[in-house]
Design a protein around this ligand. Structure first.
Ligand code: ATR
Length: 277
């Protein structure tokens, strides 16, 4: 949706959102694809997010990305929801399918899971048959959905194991084993792939992995939040990756939903590495 001569408006809503790389990633592609569009970071407080998201649709935003803590509100604000977003229970991408200025009409989708799969596919030649997932929150649900789509068998560790059980039940996923986070040092060495979705970096903690000489370890956060955990994993022999490729992957799939064009993910990832160096 664009008014005469005005750029089409896109953005990311979250709180906090100041440090989001999404505006830079999307505007990098707008330039390459010659889009008359702008992408803004909008700090949306928690008071009435569902109504605010609807209002942004009425105000003429063509598309929104959604980050914490609004991924559930984005579902509530939507008139239509993709199957993936419904199963994951969260939306990170909204497309405005509104035909008039009165009825709010967001279509809610989720590209976190497909962005995560892109990050795995570019890194691991053959996905292993089993993986260990650490965490059972919103991000873990997108990862579990992605691995479920590929038929990878999951085990889950979480501080609160009941939440891991609820995740598996909600998604109808068969899970080999569910245990508490303190089992990580005992169990992780048995897995060719370990995915950490728990951000302990902000509180100064980190995930302690056992020594290995072949496993893949991905932490879906990036920057300072991931570096301690990743450095320790690398020192223990794990091949490591951070969450920047997932961030770029989810952004590319959102771009594709909005413009039906595929942007250059590797170029954007390289730019992100430069911006965050
Ligand atoms: P996100 O969308 O980033 O996954 P979330 O839905 O709030 O955020 O989920 C946070 C995850 O980090 C959960 O797995 C949570 O464990 P619980 O389910 O037991 O709450 C985990 N987590 C958060 N803080 C933690 C801490 N200090 N120690 C261990 N796990 C923690």
């Amino acid at each position: 949706m664009s008014f005469d001569g005005q750029p089409a408006l896109y953005g990311v809503i979250g709180h906090p959102v100041k440090h989001s790389l999404s505006p830079r990633i999307h505007e990098f592609w707008y330039e390459k694809h010659q889009k008359h569009a702008r992408y803004l970071a909008l700090d949306l407080l928690e008071a009435s997010p569902t109504e605010d998201i609807r209002a942004l649709g009425r105000a003429g935003f063509s598309g929104l990305n959604v980050t914490l803590p609004h991924k559930l509100s984005a579902l509530e604000a939507a008139a239509d929801i993709s199957d993936a977003a419904m199963k994951i229970g969260a939306a990170n991408t909204l497309r405005n399918v509104q035909t008039d200025q009165v009825s709010p009409a967001w279509f809610a989708d989720n590209t976190d899971w497909s962005g995560f799969l892109w990050s795995l596919d570019r890194w691991i030649p053959d996905l292993p048959e089993k993986a260990l997932l650490i965490g059972a929150g919103g991000a873990a649900r997108a990862v579990a959905y992605a691995l479920g789509q590929r038929g990878v068998r999951l085990s889950i560790l979480n501080r609160t194991p009941e939440k891991a059980r609820a995740l598996a039940d909600h998604m109808n996923l068969f899970v080999d084993e569910i245990s508490t986070l303190d089992q990580i040092e005992v169990l992780a060495g048995n897995f060719p792939l370990v995915i950490n979705t728990v951000s302990l970096g902000h509180s100064g903690g980190r995930i302690e992995l056992p020594t290995t000489n072949s496993g893949y370890f991905i932490d879906i956060s990036y920057g300072a939040a991931a570096s301690e955990t990743l450095n320790a994993a690398q020192a223990s022999g794990w091949k490591t990756e951070d969450g920047l490729p997932m961030l770029v992957g989810q952004a590319a799939d959102a771009f594709n939903i909005w413009f039906e064009e595929t942007p250059d993910r590797e170029a954007a990832l390289k730019a992100c590495r430069d911006w965050t160096r």
